[in-house]
Design a protein around this ligand. Structure first.
Ligand SMILES: Nc1ncnc2c1ncn2[C@@H]1O[C@H](COP(=O)(O)OP(=O)(O)OP(=O)(O)O)[C@@H](O)[C@H]1O
Ligand SMILES: [Mg+2]
Length: 143
């Protein structure tokens, strides 16, 4: 039997820059309101923001699902975008397919996925061409 999370909520992510970053702020604020482990809050905030921006920039919109448990937080980020052709390459620091426009906005350092991986205790990425991309992240208290 799997443990039920204490709290679970889904946040839609639109595929445009107008509301970009809003879902990860909501996730962070909920954890703050609960009074959750501050280290987890910081790591969740960094990783969720980076993942949300990738959904906005490459995924054409999607969803973030947060599940809060006593000693860890699960974050799932999904989109139905084009998918990532070479996941290994996408995880290399500095690799980016960001457009000139995105770079002018300060994105495209190719550090998002590496930072998501560094800030999470468990990192799983699944992507299928033409179907979309899914990140499964776990953030443990005291970890
Ligand atoms: N959800 C996604 N759907 C399709 N491609 C993606 C997705 N997320 C990442 N990618 C691809 O992986 C590359 C690396 O992503 P990463 O977040 O590390 O860097 P970036 O978004 O290009 O730059 P930064 O995050 O530093 O602003 C992207 O440039 C893009 O080609
Ligand atoms: Mg990125």
């Amino acid at each position: 039997m799997t443990d039920q999370p204490l709290f679970k909520k889904a946040f839609p992510v639109k595929g445009d820059f107008a509301s970009a970053g809003e879902a990860s702020v909501k996730v962070k604020n909920i954890l703050k309101d609960i009074g959750y482990d501050s280290g987890v809050i910081r790591r969740v905030a960094v990783a969720t923001y980076e993942a949300e921006m990738n959904v906005v920039m490459y995924g054409g919109g999607g969803e973030i699902v947060m599940a809060v448990n006593a000693d860890h937080v699960n974050i799932i980020i999904v989109d139905q975008g084009p998918g990532i052709p070479d996941i290994k390459q996408a995880l290399v620091e500095g690799y980016s397919t960001a457009t000139e426009e995105m770079r002018e906005m300060g994105f495209g350092a190719g550090m998002g996925l590496p930072n998501i991986r560094k800030n999470s205790n468990e990192f799983t990425i699944d992507s299928e061409m033409g179907k979309g991309t899914r990140l499964d992240l776990v953030f443990r208290c005291g970890g």
